[in-house]
Design a protein. Sequence first.
Length: 237
Amino acid sequence: MSESKTPTAHIGAKFGEIAETVIMAGDPLRAKLMAEKFLENPVQFNQVRGMLGFTGTYKGKRVSVMGHGMGMPSIGIYTYELYNFYGVKTIIRVGSAGSIQTDLHVGDLVIALGACTNSNYVSQYELPGSFAPIGDFDLARRAAEACEKFGYHYKVGNVLSSDTFYSEAPHTDKWINVGVLAVEMEIAALYMNAARSGNRALGICTISDHIITGEVTTAEERQNTFTHMMDVAFSLI
């Protein structure tokens, strides 16, 4: 952690303006929604590049919300700076994912215990083998308990963090064969940054579409069910 490096090139906050726990979403407007829906007395700490961030309190506990953009390079930059320069200890990502399993439907939640990836992000660590990015077990356990309490349908397991949204060769069947639940674009980088900095992370996703069956969300479903993952994330504060 380096207080002297704040504000950074990407986050306009001064050291101390961001809480030790941050809930992040790819869409900065979703971060704004969380601030309005969940936080008491939210104060905006960032608008650099339109990546909105707010700090407030939730049931008396200080928490921040912030956007992280699309893809591993984007979330990689923001979470690296949060962990290493702002003293953040816990980051929870809430976002959308595409199901590749027949028993996981639109509106269901996925708690990412691990994250496979087709990205080369891990090469920076020059490890003498492969690396398995995993989330924090205590957070995952408590998230599952919260889903049970709320009555939300969910599954816990592996996701695929893909570098490509439009792929020439998706190889979806191969990921299905090894039990991967859904495809998204950020969690593996988040988990790697958490591991490298010695901090905690968890990814919670809402299924927005089904890559195999073609099932998709309606605007009403997105409005009514995409807040479920937020309920679970804030229950972990």
